[in-house]
Design a protein around this ligand. Sequence first.
Ligand code: HEC
Length: 111
Amino acid sequence: MSPALRFVLAAAAALSLSQAALGADLAAGKEKAAQVCGACHGPTGDKPTQPDYPILAGQWPDYLERALHDYKSGKRKNPIMNGMAAALSDQDIDNVAAWFASQPSPLHSER
Ligand code: HEC
């Protein structure tokens, strides 16, 4: 393979990766978060209403996606979240994960 062709293929792969990341709809994620998730995690995921409800704001998006897919498939078990995730489409999962990940988080400490 010529170096030029290799470059073109690498650029195309990078582009499709960034498009996958951009495939999330933040506005839709925000809406879903406000309607459903906010009651427990807080609308921006930074103020859970119970101490044992996790903070989602500022978490890695792929971590959140993974957790939601695992709840949906039943691989990760929690009576509340198995039900919540079952009602989410793959697109919903991308959207809410991107939304919560984009929010300022109390998980990061100032140094
Ligand atoms: C009725 C309360 C409630 C609602 C509503 C709720 N959650 Fe949860 N969520 C929980 C609890 C409790 C846990 C911890 C479960 C566990 O220990 O696995 C959790 C865990 C999670 C986790 C895993 C976090 C981690 O650090 O591993 C994610 C991601 C998550 N919820 C996303 C959502 C999303 C997205 C929605 C809305 C579609 C939502 N939750 C709605 C109570 C709720």
